[in-house]
Design a protein around this ligand. Structure first.
Ligand code: TTP
Length: 186
């Protein structure tokens, strides 16, 4: 059986797109970057921590456990999820009129071992006015989202250009997920 170790409804929805049978595990791991970790190493490590938490919860080595982590990165700074409206507005002001990186890593634990895959996308935001930022924060959409925005929501109107994986920005890069599952399950 395949398990998705994730609380994110977006990840479940995306994995369903691949037409696979899976169940969801409710996991929660601390997400704290070690200063020595590069942004990508950090995202990969958190994805692995989530998969291991899923395995512990299942308590069996026979299952397939998939987990992912997604972060927005600008000037080597990792933007987590905004804690409040002020933090969300500050993140969006930083992203305005710039190109940032979205890093999504997957970690798949199988009966025979583990594999990681990462996917990096570049997202260019148009220049946002403070009124636009205020109105967007008031929708509540930034909460629970890396970088304080959802490309699948109203922030679609801010995205001038995307170079990479739309599903990766949303939280689960589907091409890489399918490839990872194929490479391990044969
Ligand atoms: C940039 C961006 C992020 N996000 C979301 C995806 C992730 O849910 C979230 C990043 O936080 P994550 O820590 O990767 O995931 P999570 O805590 O929501 O879920 P879990 O750890 O249980 O799997 O941001 C969007 O939905 N749209 C976007 O455009």
């Amino acid at each position: 059986m395949l398990y998705l170790a994730s609380r994110s409804p977006r990840r479940s929805q995306l994995l369903q797109q691949l037409g696979l049978d899976f169940q969801v595990l409710d996991i929660d791991v601390p997400e704290v970057r070690d200063p020595a970790e590069t942004a990508v190493a950090y995202v990969a490590r958190v994805a692995a921590d989530k998969a291991r938490a899923g395995r512990e919860q299942r308590g069996s080595d026979d299952d397939w456990i998939l987990a992912a982590d997604t972060e927005v990165v600008l000037d080597d700074q990792v933007f987590g999820k905004p804690a409040d409206a002020e933090a969300a507005a500050a993140m969006l002001a930083r992203l305005s009129d710039r190109t940032h990186q979205v890093v999504s890593c997957l970690h798949l634990l199988g009966p025979q071992g583990a594999r990681t895959a990462c996917c990096q996308s570049l997202v260019r935001f148009a220049a946002l006015t403070s009124a636009e930022i205020r109105a967007y924060v008031a929708t509540g959409e930034p909460y629970g989202k890396a970088g304080g925005y959802a490309i699948q929501g109203r922030a679609a109107a801010f995205v001038e250009h995307l170079d990479g994986s739309y599903s990766g920005v949303m939280g689960l890069p589907l091409f890489e997920t399918a490839r990872l599952l194929r490479s391990m399950t044969g």
